[in-house]
Design a protein around this ligand. Structure first.
Ligand code: ASP
Length: 343
């Protein structure tokens, strides 16, 4: 048997595999076979690589829960045959997808590394080659025949992050992502520096469970000074809505006006789950630190702590897809399920 790691590349689309449409000048996804031809270097890697592609590769702005299920199903079907997975994905919604997949793949014992690029692979100055080659290298790292990384990660511009800790922060720079509340797992320089103490522990005896039930009766509401009662009320009264991510100010603060708190109270009493996350790019919600968050705490608003909005909305969809008793939902949300929040 070969001792080389076997890696499956899953191509979903994104700039990495796009080319210019001659008529419109816009970038659009092209066939994956051509993508591999453009990087002959990957044949030199010390691993066996096979690939599978979405039939119709997409710009990641078209990503949705059905496609997350499709990615999860590809990983599930090929889980025993491969040592690691590299998912090629557009950068625009990559943090959402990496977060969603982290929840969907319970007891993961192999690496799932998302990557993509800011410039197409055919571009002279492309960042795609480095991202793809190092992502594959990281996914093939093994020790005593076992994968070194056992979680859903995101590799971009010399850094491997825990996927559900990331956000896209720049549409121009090659350094497009950051993980404001969790240090990088691996840094790529002359050598790969592994920050092992930050890796998620693996439960070797547990079997992979793939959760495909996501409930998208959810919304994100970003607070802003001047938000009106009529707008908030109409969102909260949306038929079928079951959960809200409320992006508040600073450490979880919001207006103390009666109309606002009454709407929140009414929604929670009707069974809606409201999660408080900060709209700051770093730091944590701490309800009760200021008077402007005390009422939210006593009304039963869930604390997202230092979770990203991307991880919060996908965690909400994941948890709503399970029949969690109403009185346990808050505690479960506030628990780190895949290392997405600091406790
Ligand atoms: N619009 C592209 C996408 O997300 C951008 C990228 O790939 O970086 O699919």
């Amino acid at each position: 048997m070969s001792s080389k790691a076997k890696i499956l590349l899953v191509y979903t689309g994104g700039t990495i595999g796009m080319s210019k449409d001659f008529e419109t000048g816009a970038l659009k996804a092209f066939n994956f076979g051509k993508l591999i031809q453009k990087i002959p270097e990957i044949k030199q890697l010390e691993c066996e690589i096979e690939s599978i592609s979405f039939e119709h590769p997409i710009d990641s702005s078209n990503m949705n829960p059905e496609m997350w299920t499709k990615i999860a199903a590809i990983i599930e079907e090929n889980y025993n045959a491969y040592d690691g997975f590299v998912v090629l994905h557009g950068s625009d919604t990559m943090s959402y997808s990496a977060s969603a997949l982290s929840f969907m793949l319970e007891n993961l014992a192999k690496p799932v590394v998302f990557t993509g690029s800011q410039l197409p692979i055919g571009d002279l100055r492309t960042d795609a080659k480095e991202n793809l080659i190092t992502a594959i290298q990281i996914a093939s790292l093994q020790e005593n025949g076992k994968p070194v990384i056992t979680e859903v990660c995101l590799y971009f511009e010399y850094k491997l992050y825990r996927g559900n800790r990331t956000s896209k922060v720049n549409a121009e720079h090659f350094k497009a992502f950051t993980a404001p509340n969790y240090p990088e797992l691996v840094e790529s320089g002359v050598h790969l520096t592994l920050n092992r103490h930050l890796f998620l522990p693996v439960n070797k005896d547990a079997k992979l469970i793939v959760h495909k039930n996501l409930d998208n009766h959810v919304a994100i509401i970003k607070m802003f000074p001047g938000m009106s009662e009529i707008v908030l009320a109409s969102i909260l009264e949306t038929k079928g809505l079951r959960g809200i991510i409320l992006e508040t100010y600073g450490s979880g603060n919001a207006p103390t006006e009666d109309w606002f708190l009454n709407l929140i109270e009414k929604a929670i009493k009707s069974g809606m789950h409201i999660v408080n996350v900060t709209q700051c790019s770093g730091g944590s919600v701490n309800m009760g630190q200021y008077e402007t968050s005390t009422a939210l705490k006593s009304l039963g608003v869930i604390s997202g702590k230092d979770i990203t909005t991307e991880a919060a909305i996908t965690k909400l969809m994941y948890l709503l897809g399970h029949n969690i008793p109403q009185n346990e939902f808050k505690d479960i949300f506030e628990t780190a399920l895949r290392g997405e929040i600091s406790l």
